[in-house]
Write a protein that binds this ligand. Sequence first.
Ligand code: ADP
Length: 297
Amino acid sequence: MQKWQPIDQEISKKLGEPFISRDHRPVGGGCINDAYAISDSSQTFFVKLNSVALMPMFVAEAAGLQEIIESTSVRAPTPICWGATENHSYIVMEFLDLGGNSASAKTSPSVILGQQLALMHKKTSDQFGWKMDNTIGSTTQPNTYSKDWLAFYGESRLAYQFDLAAKNGGQASLTDKGHKLLDSFHHFFTRYTPRPSLLHGDLWSGNVAVLTSGQPTIFDPAVYYGDRETDLAMTELFGGFGQGFYDAYNETWPLDPGYTTRKTLYNLYHILNHFNLFGGAYGAQAEHMTSQLLSEV
Ligand code: ADP
């Protein structure tokens, strides 16, 4: 098919041998992009497509996957090539054979994931942020470097999303409470100093799977260096990862006892983002979370 030809060509360049895709199977489960498994008679690749304008999203996804792979901690798919054709932006990556489960592994995949995520978080930087902005869903995620976590989380995460929410029809009361929270959330950090850890950044259960080998894998990251508690908090937002995961994480690198007091603060970012992406009841949920946080400071 015409649409695949330029992508096949880029894959061929990377492989150093011709690749002409014959089979293009849609893959469901994603939130943002059209995804396909594309194959010739011997190889399969995973491809995501979006509009040409969203090419920077795939550039950052490729760099994020690369950064996770270089940490030699958690399995993530190797990016092959990315760019834009006349009609699409695209990323091509290693096709992962998903669909494994606990039964296929000696050690539970969620236990391995807990250990490996803690190892990934042990990869630290000297600043919060990242070398490029990326996206969370399809919302821009600014990653301007800062030495100060409170400044970074306040400006590049909460304020950014509160401002977007106001533009997207959020209630004035949400904006007001947001301003109050930005002035007071430092109270959650009186006895805790976060370090800039390598983060997945969008770690909900839909971005984690088990290979048929029984090995856990993560994908679709929104990488930056930040407080590791943000990744843990997100694992609890849309259904947990199982007690084995949390026990293994804590055995490898114990969380600060104050983690539970900051969980809502960290998940507020994602709920605000959900309001900005999908609207609806997420606005009320974000306001409820903000009120709860204000009652605790
Ligand atoms: P989106 O960016 O649209 O959210 P995802 O990256 O989450 O898309 O991918 C959509 C689905 O495709 C995932 O839920 C997963 O089941 C599957 N998937 C993701 N990456 C791979 C891969 N490298 N190989 C095979 N399947 C994948």
